[in-house]
Design a protein around this ligand. Structure first.
Ligand code: FES
Length: 124
């Protein structure tokens, strides 16, 4: 009896969620998308899309990108657009929660695995 070995190379695509078109977020601007129960702020930082949870670490205020930094509309906390690190008017060490996004053609996708697991995920 003869046996042969077959190697199958699985390329498992990364689960992703369509956010919208890249044209919805021009250079120097941001847009907030709501997906999977999260508010996702996408900023176009000189042609690079950066994404963070739109939830200020101070008290949960809503934020936007002003072309230089990400600014909270409630009490004026500012964050580095490229890293999400706290910059002004916020406690040292504070940072935004980053999400991973990708571009395919003219579409903008959120990497589903970059979403934090629900804190209640293991309660049921
Ligand atoms: S909630 Fe953002 S600065 Fe206070």
């Amino acid at each position: 009896m003869m046996y042969c070995t077959v190697t199958v190379d699985f390329a498992i695509p990364m689960p992703k969620i369509l956010l919208g078109k890249t044209t919805e977020v021009p250079v120097g601007k941001s847009k907030t998308f709501v997906k999977s129960g999260k508010k996702i702020l996408v900023a176009n930082v000189a042609g690079v899309f950066k994404a963070y949870e739109n939830f200020c670490p101070h008290m949960g205020g809503s934020m936007r990108y002003d072309g230089k930094k990400i600014v909270c509309s409630w009490h004026g906390a500012c964050f580095e657009a490229a890293t999400g690190a706290g910059k002004e008017n916020i406690a040292e060490g504070s940072a935004l929660t980053p999400f991973s996004v990708s571009v395919e053609g003219d579409s903008l996708y959120l990497d589903e695995e970059s979403l934090p697991a629900s804190p209640w995920a293991n309660d049921f």
